[in-house]
Design a protein around this ligand. Structure first.
Ligand code: DI6
Ligand code: FE
Length: 402
């Protein structure tokens, strides 16, 4: 296996401890194959690495490669017209109830085959990779039929064959009620969502199960049926919860030991406590907050106080967050939600990994973890949050393979 030593680097290891950002000045990283074998100050390098082939990073800052833990990058069409309507005063919910919104993307997605979906998703994925992202979660949820949900998940899996990136898929058939089931959400769950989950599981296409718990989508009772099936199959769950109103979705998800509850603008104290108790990650999505011109802020201070881990993601989707920049999300989550720059960087590294159940593999620069690192032309890690629309990536480093 290939052994490489990286030297002359400032390491933002993101390991929790005394130093902000887990910072190590004049650090070194020893890479053995696809894993980190050792990391620390260069002066303490173990003798066995003294003569290894090394690369001088010229004082650059190194972070764990970034993770975008909540995206919908596989879809057809776009919703620029809907954006115009919202600027003219229509709300996201009004558009959804009138048959626009998610359902309009469903028509466009159903009309495309798997290859076309892959081709459409690649530029969005490439934009992420160009900003140092090495792991992306991708949801289904615009097919809403058995065949079309599986088609979306297959397209998502293909992305990992075409690009040097790890893809984690989430089965999101419980995203909206398709037109053919209008007014019959329970039948849709019974006929499509549950059998589709089993089919996705059997084909190895789903790493997790997600849902949209909202007045315009599914009730907590309906989501409970979906989560019970996921539990039977041994699939982890997560939920779009408390985005537009408070239905107690986060509490429900926490009760199922959810990996994450996402959005959370309308989360209450009870939901915060339930998440803290279950170790459920709060995934904050400032791109959706911004795009919908939401004014209700997620309860960041309460989450922080309760010790709920906070991740940050793009929610890249054609309706509520047409945002493919995780770095811009880092800026927004500080400016709009008042995360600290350190919390924001942890949100796209350590906590994003946790939101995908990958905390043992990626998310910090630490011996034993995968050698997936981003090298940046920045001096201080607070610059990620400070700059707007600026990409300082020097290069991504990956060990042998993902
Ligand atoms: N909440 C969101 O923000 C996305 N899905 C969801 O459940 C929006 C999806 C869309 O508008 O197409
Ligand atoms: Fe989403």
């Amino acid at each position: 296996m290939k052994r490489t030593l990286l030297t002359n680097a400032r390491l933002a290891t993101m390991i929790r401890g005394k130093e902000p950002y887990g910072l190590i000045e004049d650090g070194a990283v020893a890479i053995d194959g696809e894993r980190i074998a050792w990391t620390g100050p260069r002066a303490e390098l173990p003798g066995e690495w003294a003569n290894a082939e090394s690369q001088d990073l010229e004082g650059r800052l190194v972070t764990p490669a970034l993770t975008d833990c909540h995206t919908h990058i596989v879809y057809g069409g776009n919703r620029a017209r809907e954006f115009e309507m919202r600027l003219e005063g229509a709300s996201y919910e009004e558009i959804a109830r009138a048959g626009g919104g998610i359902v309009s993307t469903v028509s466009a997605t159903r009309a495309m085959d798997e290859d076309a979906l892959v081709v459409d998703a690649l530029p969005r994925l490439d934009a992420m990779i160009a900003e140092g992202v090495a792991t992306v979660e991708v949801k289904s949820g615009y097919g809403l039929s058995l065949a079309d949900e599986l088609k979306m998940l297959r397209a998502a899996r293909r992305l990992a064959e075409l690009r040097p990136v790890r893809i984690k898929t989430s089965y999101l058939a419980a995203h909206a009620v398709p037109p053919e089931y209008k007014g019959r959400a329970d039948d849709y769950i019974e006929d499509i969502v549950l059998p589709g989950m089993e089919a996705a599981y059997e084909a190895g296409l789903a790493d997790a199960v997600d849902g949209f718990c909202e007045g315009i989508a599914f009730s907590p009772e309906q989501m409970k049926r979906v989560f019970e099936k996921a539990r039977d199959l041994g699939l982890p769950v997560k939920l779009h919860a408390e985005q537009l109103s408070n239905l107690g979705g986060a509490k429900l998800a926490a009760g199922f030991g959810a990996l994450s509850a996402d959005h959370l603008e309308y989360l209450d104290e009870e939901g915060v406590a339930a998440m803290a108790g279950a170790g459920t990650v709060a995934v904050l999505l400032p791109g959706a907050f911004y795009t919908l011109r939401e004014t209700q802020l997620p309860p960041v201070e309460a989450l922080r106080k309760a010790g709920v881990p906070m991740a940050v993601a793009t929610d890249c989707n054609p309706g509520s967050s047409p945002l493919a920049s995780l770095l811009l999300s880092v800026n927004m989550v500080c400016t709009l939600f008042r995360l600290t720059p350190e919390e924001a960087l942890a949100g796209v590294t350590r906590e994003a990994a946790r939101a995908l159940g990958l905390q043992g593999e990626i998310g910090t620069i630490e011996a034993g973890k995968r050698a997936e690192l981003a090298v940046w032309d920045v001096e201080h890690p607070a610059e990620f949050a400070y700059r707007i629309g600026f990409n300082p990536l020097h290069r991504l480093i990956r060990g042998d393979a993902v």
